[in-house]
Design a protein around this ligand. Sequence first.
Ligand code: ZN
Length: 209
Amino acid sequence: MILDPFQIHSCPQCKSNVLRGRLTSGNAIGATFYSDGDMFAPMLPEFPMVTECQCCATIFWLHSENHIARISLYDDTRLTDNIPVAGSISAETCKRAITETHYNNKDEERYLRIGFWRIINNELRINNRQSLKTELFTFWEDNINHLITMMIDSEDDNDRKLLAELYRNIGQFNDCKRELSSLCPKEHSNFINRLYRECEINNRFQVEL
Ligand SMILES: [Zn+2]
């Protein structure tokens, strides 16, 4: 795994700085894959594209407009000592980002909606559904319906896989199976077989592949 120099971004509201890492190269050795396309890969860390300012709670994208400097890993580390690392946003913050439309285009909206979907999927897989706030569960279902409308006309195989999982998550098992049947059975056999099995037992929630 090779990291790029740290990037420094500035909050557009209060001008506090945050650090963002970036990966030059990594690999998926030892990775765990999930049915919604999420992955936990120790050698392929993900750095957030959007964060919440730790000083003023402004939600902002780590874009070129607020990029102010980069610090080489060979520079004096004291340069970064007092700058917090940009953290991933929580489910509550991600919901706020979506409802307050903190996005500028369809790609940013999709990033936030898929991010929210996967945070809650993970929560539902690990913990009991009753431990999740009702408003987050309701928004999770609304968000799934929104993602379906965003992807329904896509011919991209990855989108068709996401669509199959989205249908399964809201209990539309026949629609899930229809999407699975549109995928190449050789190329996606593990995914297809696993999701079919989960449909047969009426399981709506994220599973490890
Ligand atoms: Zn701020």
